[in-house]
Design a protein around this ligand. Sequence first.
Ligand SMILES: [Ca+2]
Ligand SMILES: [Ca+2]
Ligand SMILES: [Ca+2]
Length: 162
Amino acid sequence: MRYPNGPFYPGVVIEDGELVPQPVETIKDVAPPYFIGTTGIRLSYHENHPEGWIWPLADMADDDIGITEWRLTETPTDNNGDPYYYIDNEGTVYMTAAGADGEADDFELGDNHWKMKLTISDASGKSTTIPFYTRVLDSVDESVHDEVPVIDIDPSGDNLFF
Ligand SMILES: [Ca+2]
Ligand SMILES: [Ca+2]
Ligand SMILES: [Ca+2]
């Protein structure tokens, strides 16, 4: 028998007191992954971070079954920011060596902000994409800063960069 009011475990039912695995096909991945309470993300941080500086975004998204991929992509109409950042499939952003050695980590060198897109996908191939912007801020004393970046949500347009 099934426990009508018991906890629900995807892929398992309780029959005669035993946990019985169910065929994988019974688990339906019906909805695309989604970001929680935001339609866009911007990271603002002071210059002079080391390579490998990270910011975890995993708590900002969810899915009915599970997110299997996080991916940064370039916005074609803007400058080339995606080599400066890397995101793993756990949703953690890393500053790359190219980012730490270049304009993405030096306010006085070149551009100070970049427009990208962030895509999350699930195992059934459904995905959601939102704007992902970054901005490097000035540090007057040029010393290394290791504080966490400020994260802004709901960016809505080009007037973010002021
Ligand atoms: Ca899903
Ligand atoms: Ca500098
Ligand atoms: Ca500076």
